[in-house]
Every structure is written in C-alpha cells, then in structure tokens.
Design a protein around this ligand. Structure first.
Ligand SMILES: Nc1ncnc2c1ncn2[C@@H]1O[C@H](COP(=O)(O)OP(=O)(O)OP(=O)(O)O)[C@@H](O)[C@H]1O
Ligand SMILES: [Mg+2]
Length: 361
C-alpha cells in the first residue's frame, strides 16, 4: 500500500495464440470501470514480450499491476472427489492422484490444489480456497489452509497444474514489458470470473480462440470439467484457403463477411461440428443433462450465425458471452467494446481478479 492508499487500478493481460489483449479496469463508485485497453496481433515468430511492451507504450496504463493468463492448453484443471478423510491423509491422496492426472514428471510442473466443495451435491463452496487454487506461479503445491469438516459425502479437490517452463516463459514476457506480475493463472479461471461471476447456476462455456477452444463446465461456482480442443478460428480460415484458393489474409476477411459458412455445405461446418461434439461431451460429462446456460466467447464466437448453429446442434439456446455486463463502459468506446466482447473476455476476467482482491483487502 502506497502513500496514497490502496491502488484501485488493474491490468489484465491475455497472451492469445493470435493476439495479445490488455484491459485496464479501475474500481470506483463500487463498480469496475473500463479505463483503458490495448490490442495487437502476434505475427508468426514475433517476440511476445516486445509486442506487449509496444501495446503498453501506446496505452500508457496508470498501473503496472498485471494479472496474466496462461493458455488453457498449457495446463490442467481437474476436479477430483475423495471420501472424507483427515487433512494429512488428503494431502497424501492428492499427491498420489496428481501423478495419475499429470502426464509429465511432477518436478516439471507447478501444482496447486484446494478443497472447493464438500458433499456430493457440491453444496458448500469456499471462494477463498478456490482463489488460492488459481495461482500457477507458486513454486509448489500450496497446503490447504482449513481442515475439511468431518461429515458424510465426498471432499472435492480442484487440482491445477501448469508446466514450469511455460510459467517461466510468461514471466519473462512480463519482465520484458516492465510490468509487475501480481498473479499468473490459467485462462480457464479468468473466463469463469468474467462470464459467470457469483452466479450459482450451471454453465457451459466455450472460448473459441485461434488455434484452440477451451470448454468449461461450471456449477455452483466450481469448475466441474475442463477440456481444451485443438480447433479454433484458424482451422476455419484454413478450410477457406483450401476450398477457395484464397491467401490467408483474404480468407480471413471472407470469413468475417460471409453469413453462410455454416449452411449445409458451409466451409466452417466441419470445424464447428468438432467443437460442438466436445461441448456435448464436457456438458454432459457428469451423466447429467446439458447445462442450462451455454455461453460462447473468444474471437471465433464472432462467426456469423455460430450461436444459433451451436444452439440447434445442442438443442438449447446459446448466448454470446458479455464480459462487460458488470463493468461501466464509457459511451465513447461502447460500440468498440461491444464488437470485440468475445476478444476481451480473458483480459477482463484477469483485471477483475485485481478488483476482487482489492475489495477483499
Ligand atoms: N468477425 C469474425 N468472424 C469470424 N471469426 C473471427 C472474427 N473475429 C475474429 N475471428 C477469429 O477469432 C480467432 C481469434 O480469436 P481470439 O482472439 O479469441 O484467439 P486467441 O486468444 O488469440 O487464441 P487462443 O485463445 O487460441 O490462444 C481468429 O481465428 C479469428 O479469425
Ligand atoms: Mg484466447
């Protein structure tokens, strides 16, 4: 805390596969407000730290407090149920289970875990614990703070793992751009924070990026299932290149303009169908009916007609995620923000973490 009290300004930085997005939120009048933003594509072979430095030079943000995301494909988020046991037993059981879920030697990953719910109905959630679980730049597994209550039913542990080399890579980009890393989390958490917030309903989120789609099932504020599929908007562009013989730039422009890419013989069909299949799998992964709230976001969610197409395929309505729903946005930038709402979701979720920490402190 400085001489002038707590800083109420936060930067969310999303290193996407195709572009870097930055959002500055200021908490004032009891509400977060969008006070600055920046965006730049990352051309093949570009140095991400340099691209970020260039964005910040233009933006001139009023804070260096950065909240940063690792791509969902980089890490693993998994919910594991254990029978009731003591804290010491649980710590042992989690590290044993972690070996089964994590496909590389444990020395190569940062692992953290926390009890996020008790009971088979996931009735008790502990937001504070869930918060601890999100960090991936801690050096080792964080011990759980509170003793789980002894009672019937399961203990739900959320296990989070990210490769140390990826963490180090992102830390180096941040250092290069001279910002202070306040937290590094998997984008899965940023997406949930931006789109679900405190809502206790059942949500299926699909963040359709350039090269991958991150699919998350959330219930009562807890991530129940998460899967990353290696299909995104770039696959659709590639299909256009192949079908029409356009170069990548023209194919990209064509994709933005056309409204029939999901028609019966539409060129986007194959990629979107694969995304839909994964959404169906994750959405019903607990043997239950499809989630009530289906939200798509990411640049790929801007494809014309994709929301109604996915809705028809899954037999339910699909909403375009709106990360600005709980944020004050000035009229002067409202149209820009609206047009790019899918693009900024992760960055908004990250900056909102700063807001949440500020409000709690
Ligand atoms: N208006 C549009 N219509 C169709 N596709 C679009 C539109 N705008 C953006 N896209 C696509 O969205 C994708 C980029 O989305 P986004 O910025 O969310 O990805 P990213 O975060 O860089 O990648 P990833 O999440 O895979 O790391 C690109 O494939 C782009 O072509
Ligand atoms: Mg992305």
């Amino acid at each position: 805390m400085g001489l002038f009290g707590k800083k109420n300004i936060f930067l969310g930085i999303d290193f996407g596969a195709s572009s870097i997005k930055v959002v500055e939120l200021t908490f004032k009048n009891q509400r977060p407000e969008l006070t600055n933003y920046g965006y730049a594509p990352v051309p093949d072979g570009a140095q991400r730290g340099e691209v970020l430095a260039a964005i910040l030079k233009k933006m001139k943000p009023r804070t260096r407090a950065a909240y940063v995301a690792l791509p969902g494909s980089s890490g693993l988020v998994t919910l594991i149920a254990f029978p009731q046991m003591s804290h010491a037993e649980l710590a042992q059981a989690v590290s044993f289970e972690a070996r089964k879920h994590i496909p590389v030697p444990l020395e190569e990953v940062n692992v953290s875990w926390d009890v996020v719910a008790q009971d088979k109905d996931l009735t008790q959630t502990d937001a504070q614990n869930a918060q601890n679980t999100q960090d991936v730049h801690a050096q080792q597994a964080q011990p759980q703070k509170s003793q789980p209550q002894q009672k019937e039913g399961s203990i739900y542990v959320l296990l989070v793992a990210a490769p140390r080399k990826d963490v180090a890579e992102y830390e180096s980009y941040i250092a290069q751009a001279s910002v202070n890393l306040h937290a590094l989390e998997l984008e899965t958490f940023s997406l949930v924070r931006a789109l679900v917030g405190e809502d206790m309903g059942r949500f299926l989120i699909a963040d359709i990026g350039a090269h991958s789609t991150n699919i998350i099932l959330v219930e009562k504020g807890v991530i129940r299932a998460n899967r990353n599929v290696g299909i995104g908007g770039a696959n659709i562009t590639h299909s256009i290149v192949e079908a029409l013989g356009l170069d990548v730039q023209r194919a990209e422009a064509y994709k933005h303009e056309q409204s029939d890419l999901l028609s019966e013989k539409g060129v986007a069909r194959q990629s979107v169908d694969m995304i839909v299949e994964e959404m169906r799998r994750v959405g019903t992964s607990h043997g239950t009916a499809m989630a009530d709230n289906i939200i798509i976001t990411g640049g790929g969610s801007n494809l014309k007609g994709i929301d109604s197409y996915i809705g028809r395929a899954l037999g339910t309505s699909v909403a375009l995620g709106n990360p600005w729903a709980r944020i004050t946005v000035d009229d002067a930038v409202a149209r820009y923000a609206e047009a790019l709402r899918g693009t900024y979701t992760v960055a908004v979720g990250l900056a909102l973490r700063g807001v949440e920490e500020y409000r709690r402190s």
